[in-house]
Design a protein around this ligand. Structure first.
Ligand code: PLP
Length: 373
């Protein structure tokens, strides 16, 4: 079977992990600090605070934004469910907004439609790596805290800079379903040094001095716990992998974009088929290559998934919609027509660094056969 995604590792990652083990310090320490500096620099952010996942980094971002009980936070329903869940972790209420069907992203207008006096923040997702128009949203909704869910977007660009440059608070994922992976892992980036310092304390139980700093300084002064924090730390084992992977990121993005351009050519002949691509204001890293079927396609999306599996192609349903899941039953959701159309009619095709053109031809031929059925 041709998989949807496969991480790209070499012997360098194994060596890097081996060195951390040999050092005797495997928890959060100098490698995490090095990875934070390197990743923040790569997205032109002032500070990086590593976390155990993007989900925990998003939770930290909401705490830093002052979100709590009684607040509403606008999120796209069309996202991995963690985007909505973190609002619940903060004790606030997620409010689902619709998306632009061309990009899969929130817009200033779709936020407008659900904004109320209780709206405190908005989580803008760069869905599947496609940059959202955050400047336009910030201009229209200046009074709201804006958190960027950049889980999928390492290596994407927005207005000629990396996604995340100039972001107040942005959260990133290093899960293997994304480009750069540390197994599990995440990062919060911000330009605000005080927010970064507080995030460092919060991710480590609220400790005034990190365990690694105390060890390095040889100090025996007891630490203080200034507020209730969390254990959202990354390990040095993960960060060592992340540093190697960060060096691979430009190559991964270039390869994915070349394969995506090839998909656009190979599938252009299928009438009415919509495909993910670059928006006007930036470039995508093609974290996911999604297509959406026209109404008159000869089979349903789910039938097409079975058809592809029968031809050795592992595809996945398109991006989920949280408001349709049992966990969000009973949560009021307004009209979300574009979300519902895209989640029902889209699917994600295989795209990974090591994919060959022959494998890609096999995917395209299976799709053309379905279109002729
Ligand atoms: C993957 C993903 C997350 C969660 O990332 P983890 O690192 O697995 O916690 C959050 N939001 C979006 C949009 C994602 O795609």
């Amino acid at each position: 079977m041709i998989p949807v995604m496969r991480p790209w590792f070499g012997p360098e990652e194994q060596t890097a992990v081996g060195e951390v083990i040999a050092s005797g310090w495997v928890a959060q320490g100098p490698k995490v600090a090095e990875f934070e500096r390197a990743f923040a620099a790569s997205v032109q952010a002032g500070h990086g605070v590593a976390a155990s996942s993007c989900t925990t980094a998003l939770h930290l971002a909401l705490v830093l934004a002052g979100v709590g009980p009684g607040d509403e936070v606008i999120v796209p329903s069309l996202s991995f469910i963690a985007t909505a869940n973190v609002v619940r972790y903060a004790g606030a209420t997620p409010v689902f907004a619709d998306i632009d069907p061309a990009t899969g992203n929130l817009t200033a207008k779709t936020i407008d439609a659900v904004r109320t006096p209780r709206t405190r923040a908005v989580i803008v997702v760069h869905q599947a790596g496609v940059p959202a128009d955050v400047e336009d949203i910030r201009a229209a909704h200046g009074g709201l805290a804006l958190v960027e869910d950049a889980a999928c977007a390492a290596g994407s660009t927005y207005r000629d800079r990396p996604v995340g440059a100039g972001a107040g608070l942005a959260a990133w994922s290093f899960h293997p379903r994304k480009l750069l992976t540390t197994g599990e892992g995440g990062m919060l980036t911000t330009d605000d040094p005080e927010q970064a310092a507080r995030a460092r304390r919060l991710r480590e139980h609220g400790m005034s001095v990190s365990a690694a700093d105390r060890h390095a300084s040889g100090s025996s002064a007891p630490e203080e716990y200034t507020e209730v924090g969390f254990n959202y730390r990354m390990t040095d084992l993960q960060a060592a992998v992340g540093l190697v992977q960060l060096g691979r990121l430009p190559g991964m993005v270039a390869r994915r974009r070349a394969l995506a351009a090839r998909y656009h050519e190979l599938l252009a002949g299928i009438p009415g088929l919509a495909m993910v691509g670059d928006p006007e204001h930036g470039t995508t890293n093609y974290q996911s290559f999604w297509i959406a079927l026209p109404g008159d396609f000869p089979m349903s999306r789910n039938e097409l998934l079975v058809h592809l599996a029968g031809r050795g192609v592992s595809a996945r349903r398109g991006i989920m919609a949280a408001h349709l899941e049992p966990a969000y039953a009973g949560v009021p959701a307004g009209e979300l027509p574009h979300t519902e159309w895209l989640t029902r009619n889209s699917l994600i095709l295989p795209l990974f660094h090591q994919m060959t053109e022959a494998e890609q031809d096999q995917v395209a031929e299976a799709l053309h056969a379905a279109a002729r059925a």
